[in-house]
Design a protein around this ligand. Structure first.
Ligand code: SAH
Length: 354
């Protein structure tokens, strides 16, 4: 699909062609990744952050938010819960927190890999190459880093650099690939200043990077951030992408068509703007993954990347029940095992050799 076709779909409002788009995405999902919905247990291990991202409620300059960092023992308790609940993967996410040292994190990864069969996904922001290498060597399987927007100018506007540190997320994703991580990225839909052409190019960038995982959610305004205070101008009327549910479904469905093999979550942000049907609709319009929250309840509200986040008052057990129920209600099954993406090279290796 080329940029013009993607733009035309993103601008489509007529329910009839859109119903066809949902159907095509759902069919591609079924053909390429099957009926299973994979569960990834999300553990938000620290809300400390040194960065100043214009959209994120965890940004460093925010002083009114109490911060937390889980201990290794608390993290392992959540990992054990993931195992008990039958998940195949844990996703360890945090703000960009220098107290998460290379060594401390390596030890935790090694413990998880020694004690469980779980796949380990890290989502710890922009970290140094030596840290990423050490964590890969410790056993981490996947790394999630959304590039948020592929437009360099918009990216620079919403993403304050950290001194001399690199902040080219697309370059970092390529580096993660050379370290042999499965790589995940994604965007927020409806960032002030984001145009239809930009989202079309984001989707083409997913394919170009050959992402294993693509997470897409609506941009949700947080009043304690520069974007939430209206400090970043919207694009011209008719060009600005709305941060609404329909636009997220379109981006998810088109991503499934362009990256048929990718693991695509039906995101918590989507569930936040439509608490009743957001998850299910996402799963029926291209997505095949959900990420139930395993963060201990006393910390949930403090991981406030955006306000009114879904699932914030549920225990890990309740989140599990709720999501399993939702998956069953649309006639889908829960996948077992790590549910990684089988890459082309691996598939070729599996072919019998003469
Ligand atoms: N520090 C890590 C994890 C950040 S939270 C990192 O930077 O990768 C994970 C994702 O939440 C972000 O990548 C972003 O896409 C999303 N997010 C943050 N603030 C948001 C907001 N206000 N609205 C919607 N999504 C948001």
């Amino acid at each position: 699909m080329d940029e013009a076709t993607l733009i035309a779909w993103l601008r489509e409002e007529d329910p009839q062609p859109l119903a066809q788009l949902w159907h095509r995405a759902d069919t591609e999902r079924q053909v390429h990744v099957g009926p299973m919905v994979h569960l990834r247990g999300l553990i938000e291990i620290s809300s400390h952050c040194v960065r100043g991202c214009g959209y994120c409620g965890l940004r460093a300059p925010r002083t009114d938010l109490p911060r937390y960092r889980m201990s290794a023992a608390e993290i392992m308790a959540s990992v054990q819960q993931a195992l008990r609940l039958g998940y195949g993967t844990v996703v360890i996410q945090a703000g960009e927190d220098p107290a998460i040292t290379q060594e401390w994190m390596s030890n935790i990864i090694r413990t998880i890999k020694r004690e469980t069969p779980l796949a380990v996904t890290l989502s710890l922001g922009e970290r140094r190459a030596d840290e990423l290498l050490a964590w890969r060597e410790a056993g981490a399987d996947r790394y999630l880093l959304r590039f948020e927007t592929s437009d360099a100018e918009l990216y620079a506007r919403i993403h304050a650099p950290r001194g001399q540190h690199r902040c080219d997320r697309i370059a970092l994703l390529r580096e993660l690939r050379t370290l042999d991580y499965e790589i995940g990225s994604g965007i927020m839909v409806g960032i002030p200043g984001q145009t239809y052409a930009m989202v079309a190019r984001d989707i083409l960038t997913f394919a170009e990077l050959d992402l294993d995982m693509v997470g897409i959610g609506p941009y949700l305004s947080h009043p304690q951030t520069p974007l939430g205070r209206g400090e970043c101008p919207a694009a011209a009327p008719g060009e600005q992408v709305p941060a609404n549910e329909l636009m997220v479904y379109k981006a998810v469905a088109l991503t499934r068509l362009v990256c048929p093999q990718a693991n695509i979550p039906s995101s918590t942000a989507l569930a936040t703007i439509n608490k009743k049907r957001g998850r299910e609709n996402g799963l029926q319009r291209g997505a095949n993954v959900v990420m139930p929250n395993l963060t201990p309840l006393q910390y949930r509200a403090m991981y406030e990347i955006y306000p009114a986040k879904a699932c914030i008052q549920e225990t890990g057990e309740q989140c599990n029940q709720c999501l399993r129920h939702r998956i069953a209600s649309i006639g889908r099954e829960v996948g077992s095992g790590p549910g990684g993406r089988r890459r082309k090279s691996e598939r070729q290796q599996l072919l019998p050799v003469e």
